[in-house]
Design a protein around this ligand. Structure first.
Ligand code: AHG
Ligand code: MN
Ligand code: MN
Ligand code: MN
Length: 339
């Protein structure tokens, strides 16, 4: 019959979260509630981005954030949406956002057990050009007796209970992983208003000839990075092909492509930015968890496992190389050779 082709057993994010909760007998439901609030924040941010040109939301807000970025109007709105969603979940004690100098402590929920780090809009310099942007998040469970201070977030990414990101592109995509679990990809069905599980258990290709880096910074790179980047342009074997360059300038979009197609994304530390550009808590750590759990690797500029790095401050930065296992290994091998 005609209904054969229609899948009535769609796994929505809501259903997925309910099923996850059922698997964990000890679960109180708080994490599920938190994810429902995250989901609302994503939908809401995506909605305003889509309408930005129509409702006077393009351009700068006229302020800068604590890492020195000029804030766009949508950076401010995305941040407000995120804060409100996290507060109203009732499960978040402390929130660190790229757009807030200090952590936000939700004193109205003293028993809330989660801490969240977020980049409300990643790639915001691309917003007015209609290029894909997204939201990055990492979720930590507070230690027993934690008071809800910023020290509760100065922990390695290995302490996260879940992490992921969205990409608001031709469709809105959500990539979500829980500690030691698979990486799952959901696509927003605008008509249903639901994220649908479209990419269960994402595993990235082990290698792929694609590299993604802002080569405009190469003047300030150290020798091993120059050597690695030059090696991308020379075929390994005679008759072979060099790598393709792909750099969007929105980490979420470069990361999403890299997860699906394979390759490597890098934002190295350099002489001009000795700590790199990307921020550990809400950019590097969540991406590292996703990439490792999808079978890839993520390291910092010292070639240490990125997810083990402990930030010194909430907006602390790091160089990063992340991607297919073999592609990141090439960078590590070149660095070892230079030691
Ligand atoms: P954000 O928009 O959240 O401040 O992050 C911008 C980041 C990241 O999205 C991107 O990979 C990188 O900055 C691009 O930096 P360059 O313009 O220096 O290449
Ligand atoms: Mn920014
Ligand atoms: Mn960002
Ligand atoms: Mn941002």
């Amino acid at each position: 019959g005609g209904s054969d082709a229609i899948n009535t057993e769609i796994i929505t994010l809501t259903r997925f979260l309910t099923e996850e909760q059922t698997k964990h007998k000890e679960a109180t439901g708080d994490f599920t509630l938190l994810c429902h609030s995250l989901q609302f924040a994503f939908k809401s941010i995506a909605y305003y981005i889509r309408r930005a040109s129509l409702i006077n939301l393009s351009g700068l807000a006229g302020s800068a954030n604590s890492t020195g970025d000029d804030q766009k109007k949508l950076d401010v709105i995305g941040n407000d949406i995120f804060i409100s969603a996290m507060r109203s979940s009732g499960c978040v004690r402390i929130l660190v956002s790229e757009e807030e100098e200090d952590p936000i402590i939700f004193n109205e929920y003293p028993n809330a057990r989660y801490a969240v780090a977020c980049d409300p809009i990643d790639g915001s310099s691309n917003l007015d050009a209609g290029v894909s942007v997204g939201t990055i998040f990492g979720i930590y469970k507070l230690a027993e007796g934690a008071q809800g201070t910023k020290e509760d977030l100065l922990r390695p990414g290995t302490d996260m209970v879940a992490a992921g990101f969205t990409m608001y592109g031709a469709s809105s995509e959500l990539v979500l992983t829980m500690k030691d679990g698979p990486v799952n990809g959901f696509t927003m069905d605008a008509a249903l208003g639901e994220f649908i599980l479209t990419h269960p258990n994402m595993q990235m290709p082990k290698k792929r000839h694609i590299y993604s880096v802002n080569e405009g910074n190469s003047l300030w790179w150290a020798d091993p990075i120059k050597e690695w980047c030059n090696s991308m342009k020379v075929p390994e074997k005679e008759g072979g092909k060099p790598y393709s360059a792909r750099y969007i300038g929105s980490m979420v979009a470069d990361a999403y492509r890299t997860l699906l197609y394979g390759g490597i994304f890098a934002y190295p530390a350099d002489k001009k930015s000795p700590k790199g550009k990307l921020r550990i808590l809400y950019e590097c750590a969540p991406m590292s968890m996703v990439f490792e759990q999808a079978g890839g690797q993520a390291v910092n500029s010292k070639m240490d496992r990125m997810i083990e790095v402990v930030p010194e401050s909430i907006h602390d930065k790091s160089g990063i190389f992340m991607g297919s296992y073999d592609e990141v290994q090439k960078v590590i091998d070149i660095h070892n050779k230079h030691k």
